[in-house]
Structure formats: structure tokens, C-alpha cells
Design a protein around this ligand. Structure first.
Ligand SMILES: *[C@@H]1O[C@H](CO)[C@@H](O)[C@H](O)[C@H]1NC(C)=O
Ligand SMILES: *[C@@H]1O[C@H](CO)[C@@H](O)[C@H](O)[C@H]1NC(C)=O
Ligand SMILES: *[C@@H]1O[C@H](CO)[C@@H](O)[C@H](O)[C@H]1NC(C)=O
Ligand SMILES: *[C@@H]1O[C@H](CO)[C@@H](O)[C@H](O)[C@H]1NC(C)=O
Length: 356
């Protein structure tokens, strides 16, 4: 029985170490803003470009002004490292943001992920403010456009669509929003969730007009290996808008981003399939997440301390018992037991060696 507990202890320890690594990765590349400006983390983490400004006492960020050829962008300042560790796990991520746009037909809004070699300081006045970078060959941009302008140059479907753009503003996949009774630019607040699952190399876009409840079904999904697009390069994430010759205004009301680092072995053999399936749920409230990470960290440290104590006690007891009883009970032919049996022998030997 004692060996069995030790084996559990070792398994738990391995699991805890993995989790510590995971929460550490999450901490640095995750953020959440339900208001802007007033949040003490805002200035150190968020950069505004072009016409973008914090407005209405921090309730929103206004990206474009109600004059033509206005463009603005908000970016998370820290580059995000999507490749982690020696095994080169490519991280999954989720972002959620709410936005609104006035009824004019400007270019609309785009969620952008730009490799760190991309010159983020260059701001253009058209094509979501990113066209100078995109028109360069091999731009390696990934974007989700919420487009309210039918731009013939990029073969746009209509003036009310969502598109997934990879390396070009000609969308790889689009959805006609009119066909699902959604309107991007009627001034109403819209909620969007973008999730990338690294194991299945799949991106999913969700959009909702009715409150902040995440729809079950994605509006759009697309298979793409982002690890191929960026290799080891870090990326910047942002929200970018331009209004062309219209006077469309675009507002961001909240924005969160979360990196999800999942060890390789979990992809092939989930311990609890239900728990893994639940993972892609987005963060809609940010402070919870950081609190939670700290709580989880505290619990793990406590767990480690207790585990170590119990482990040593068990080893001690086993050593005493080991002298009196046959070491390997016949009925236990399981691998974990064999493994621990060897372990205990090593410890025993070490103790004897120490005495000699
Ligand atoms: C916008 O860009 C166009 C061409 O890129 C340029 O001709 C125009 O002057 C710019 N307008 C403003 C207000 O910067
Ligand atoms: C991009 O580069 C490739 C080869 O590197 C070339 O074949 C292609 O024509 C270029 N495209 C543009 C738009 O410059
Ligand atoms: C988009 O959907 C609307 C409503 O179903 C339809 O009238 C329109 O023709 C569609 N546009 C395209 C380009 O398919
Ligand atoms: C903007 O330009 C397009 C063509 O480039 C034109 O059809 C449209 O009328 C213009 N809109 C305004 C408000 O000037």
C-alpha cells in the first residue's frame, strides 16, 4: 500500500510541476481590460497608434474619428511567445473583445497578429491601417476582419462580412453576416471570440449581438498551422481600424487575451476529456483569471510541501516495514508497483551505503 501511495505522490508531483509551468506561461502573455485608462496596468501594457484614444473616462477606446481617412490601432505592448520549451509546443490562444461601429461604410475593424519583424509603428490611413506591411511580400500577418466596406481591390464579398486573412487582405475564408442577421455597423455593441487550437490547427470565430454569452457554434472556422506561419518568431496582437473616405467611428469596449499552453502528452491522451473540451471557454472577466492563477499557485506550493512531508514519512515507514516483510507482494504485478519497488530498493541501498 505504501508503494502505491508513493507512486501517486510522484504522479501528482509531475502533474503539479507541469501546471506550475502552464500558469507561469499564462501569466506573462494574458491580459484583460474591461475598462481602459483607469486600469493601472493599461499604460504599461497597451500602446495606441494613429488616431486611437481612450475616451469617455476610460469606458472605451475610440480607434477612428468621424472625419475621413482616420485610422487607429491598439496593441498589446509585449510580444507574445507562442512556442514554448524544448519540445516546441505551439500554444493555443483565445481572445475576446466587444466593439461597436457607426453606420457609415468605412473599412471596419480587424483583430491582427503581426510577427515581431513587422514594423508596428507604420500606420496607414486605409485597409485597417495595416496595408503598408501587408502589401510587402510574405507579410505573415494573421487577421480577422470585421469589414463594412466592399473593397474590390481585395475581392470583398459585400459590406457586411467577417473574413480570415492570412498574409494578405484577400480573405482565405469569409462569412456573409447578412445571411445570419448580423449587422456590423448599426452602432450596437458586438461581442467576438477568436480561439486557436494548436493541437487541431484550427481557428474559430464567434460573433454575438445579444449580450456577452458565447455562442456554441462558430460563425467561421478555418484550418491553419500558425506555427508554420511564424516558426519561432514572437507576435504582437492588436485591434486596428480605418474609415477610408467615410466618417465611420469605431470603438473597443473590452478586450482580453489568453495563451493556453498544453503539454504534448495531453493532446494525445487527455486525463479527463471533459476538462480538456472545456478549455477553449474564453475569459470574459479578467481579474478572476489572475486571482485564480495565484490561488492555484498557492495551493500547489502548499500541496508540494505537504506532499514532500507525507512522501518522506511513507519512505521512512516503508524502510522500517521493508526490513520485516517480503518486499514485493505477489498479487501486485502492476507496472507502477514494479517501478516503485526498484525506487525503494535504491533508497534502501543508498541508506546502507551511507552507513558503510
Ligand atoms: C491617406 O492616404 C492617401 C494615400 O495613401 C493619401 O493620398 C492621403 O493624403 C492620406 N490622407 C490623410 C488625411 O492622411
Ligand atoms: C512574392 O515572392 C514570390 C517568390 O519569393 C514571387 O513568386 C511572387 O511573385 C511575389 N509576389 C509579389 C506580390 O510580389
Ligand atoms: C448575403 O446574404 C444576404 C441575405 O441572405 C443576401 O441577400 C446576399 O445576396 C448575400 N450576399 C452574397 C454576396 O452572397
Ligand atoms: C468613397 O469612395 C467610393 C469609391 O472609391 C465612392 O463610391 C463613395 O461614394 C465614396 N464615399 C464618400 C462618402 O465619399
Amino acid at each position: 500500500m505504501a508503494t502505491f501511495s508513493i507512486s501517486h505522490y510522484l504522479t501528482a508531483l509531475t502533474f503539479l510541476i507541469f501546471h506550475l509551468k502552464i500558469s507561469a506561461a499564462d501569466q506573462s502573455a494574458s491580459f484583460s481590460f474591461n475598462s481602459f485608462g483607469k486600469d493601472p496596468k493599461f499604460d504599461s501594457n497597451i500602446a495606441l497608434y494613429g488616431d486611437a484614444k481612450v475616451a469617455d473616462d476610460g469606458s472605451w477606446i475610440q480607434l477612428t474619428n468621424s472625419v475621413s481617412w482616420s485610422a487607429g490601432r491598439v496593441m498589446y505592448k509585449k510580444p507574445i511567445k507562442l512556442v514554448e520549451g524544448k519540445v516546441r509546443n505551439f500554444a493555443s490562444f483565445s481572445t475576446y473583445f466587444s466593439f461597436s461601429m457607426s453606420h457609415e461604410n468605412g473599412d471596419g475593424l480587424a483583430f491582427v497578429m503581426l510577427p515581431s519583424s513587422f514594423d508596428v509603428n507604420v500606420m496607414d490611413n486605409s485597409s485597417f491601417g495595416i496595408s503598408p506591411g501587408v502589401e510587402k511580400n510574405n507579410s505573415r500577418i494573421f487577421a480577422v476582419e470585421f469589414d463594412t466596406y466592399k473593397d474590390a481591390k481585395y475581392g470583398d464579398l459585400n459590406k457586411n462580412h467577417v473574413g480570415i486573412d492570412v498574409g494578405s487582405l484577400v480573405s482565405a475564408k469569409v462569412k456573409n453576416l447578412s445571411s445570419v442577421n448580423l449587422v456590423l455597423n448599426n452602432g450596437e455593441k458586438l461581442h467576438s471570440w477568436i480561439d486557436y487550437e494548436a493541437s487541431s490547427k484550427r481557428v474559430e470565430i464567434r460573433l454575438s449581438q445579444s449580450g456577452s454569452t458565447r455562442p456554441d457554434d462558430p460563425l467561421l472556422s478555418y484550418s491553419i498551422g500558425l506555427s508554420k506561419l511564424w516558426n519561432d518568431e514572437e507576435v504582437f496582437v492588436g485591434l486596428s481600424s480605418s474609415n477610408g473616405n467615410s466618417s465611420q467611428t469605431c470603438f473597443i469596449h473590452s478586450w482580453s487575451f489568453k495563451l493556453r499552453q498544453v503539454p504534448n502528452w495531453m493532446h494525445s491522451q487527455p486525463l479527463d476529456p471533459k476538462a480538456v473540451a472545456k478549455n477553449p471557454k474564453p475569459l470574459t472577466t479578467g481579474h478572476k483569471s489572475s486571482n485564480c492563477s495565484w490561488r492555484v499557485l498557492a495551493v500547489f506550493i502548499l500541496g508540494l510541501a505537504c506532499g514532500a512531508l507525507i512522501g518522506s514519512c511513507l519512505l521512512y515507514v516503508w524502510n522500517i516495514l521493508g526490513d520485516r516483510r517480503p518486499v514485493a507482494p505477489e498479487e501486485c504485478g502492476l507496472h507502477p508497483v514494479d517501478f516503485d519497488y526498484k525506487k525503494v530498493i535504491v533508497v534502501d541501498k543508498a541508506v546502507k551505503d551511507g552507513k558503510n
